[in-house]
Ligand binder design. Structure first.
Ligand code: DAH
Length: 339
């Protein structure tokens, strides 16, 4: 038995010494000192020994166990230190490497225009109102003096959900919704998406954006409308910008006008941007038609109002000198990052 113990000790020590890592070392420990290990197997045969031999072999077996345990412990801490070194080497971070650049996004040009215009109007005491894009025919047409069959509907053909429900063709629908819910004084703008069944080309899109404006109060005049639009034009296109009101017709305003700004490229002399006219049309406006006010329960002997509607894409195309509106919807970063 003594020989068995000695040879087990020798073999175990060689194994421990050669253990390549902590996991292998643990396997060696189980192999020799575990419940089903080599040392236990030898001890199980102790019963066959004489009474004198037994304590001697018992002591020897204990000594072997102690030697091996100590050897395993020592090798274990050595391996742990080695493994830590390896991990540290493998996981070092080189803080002098240049960082990864993350591309920083920016607002879409249409959003920039909407935000800029909204800012200017908020500064003048307006609130922002919103209305649904899926709109009742009543709000989009009828309440704006465009009953079924009215010829002005032809220029704003749209997508029908059902005979009473359309994708709104203009943000003017929000005027009605606001006036139904709010007593004057009213001072709102309403930016949003509008739809028309137009064939897409460089200047047309079936989906585009408008910003509507509405002011209803005592003594609101055409002069106030002109003054307001002048402020906007100067803020958006520069202090030298002049505006010009041309008589026009909209069913929901009387009188109505189209508003031009002096060409900011040539200052009015004439250039390709303004098609040599010196002026660029930017919006429609007018004094809110009395029938529209009355339909919303507003007393026209006390109150009057002005309204305007401007196409956001048009503003963006002029401001950023974009010649094809479709570029605004392609979401090509090479295009969008220029603005
Ligand atoms: N809704 C008109 C359009 O889509 C624009 C417009 C014109 C709005 C005159 C108005 C207005 O509020 O008074 O072309």
């Amino acid at each position: 038995m003594e020989e068995q113990l000695k040879s087990l000790e020798q073999k175990a020590l060689t194994d421990i010494e050669g253990a390549p890592d902590s996991k292998a070392l643990e396997e060696i420990r189980i192999n020799y000192l575990g419940k089903k290990g080599g040392l236990t197997a030898i001890l199980k045969t102790m019963g066959k020994l004489s009474a004198e031999e037994r304590p001697v072999m018992g002591a020897l077996a204990n000594a072997v166990r102690e030697t091996l345990t100590a050897a395993i412990e020592q090798k274990g801490s050595l391996l742990k230190a080695e493994e830590m070194q390896k991990r540290l080497a493998a996981e070092t971070i080189d803080v002098t490497l240049p960082g990864m650049r993350r591309p920083i996004g920016k607002k879409h040009p249409l959003t920039q225009i909407i935000d800029d215009v909204t800012d200017i109007f908020l500064g003048m005491g307006y609130n922002v109102a919103e209305g649904p894009e899926v709109e009742l025919d009543y709000y989009n047409f009828e309440a704006l003096n465009m009953p079924p069959g009215h010829p002005a509907r032809d220029t704003q053909d749209t997508f029908y959900i059902d005979p009473q429900t359309v994708l709104r063709t203009q943000t003017s629908s929000v005027q009605i919704r606001v006036m139904e819910n709010q007593k004057p004084p009213i001072r709102i703008i309403s930016p949003g998406r509008v739809y028309r069944s137009d064939t897409v080309d460089a200047t047309h899109s079936a989906v585009f954006h408008q910003i509507e404006g509405l002011v209803v109060d005592k003594g609101v005049s055409m002069g106030m409308l002109k003054g307001t639009l002048e402020v906007i034009a100067k803020r958006l296109f520069g202090e030298e910008t002049k505006i010009r009101l041309r008589p026009h017709h909209f069913p929901y305003t009387e009188p109505s006008c189209e508003v031009d700004i002096s060409c900011f490229r040539c200052g009015g002399k004439g250039c390709p941007l303004c098609k040599y006219e010196g002026w660029i049309e930017i919006l429609g406006a007018g004094m809110v038609h009395p029938a529209v006010l009355e339909r919303c329960g507003i007393d026209t002997t006390v109150y009057s109002g002005f309204a305007f509607g401007v196409g956001v894409e048009r503003l963006a195309m002029f401001r950023y000198e974009i010649d094809d509106l479709r570029l605004l919807y392609e979401n090509d970063v090479r295009f969008l990052s220029q603005f």
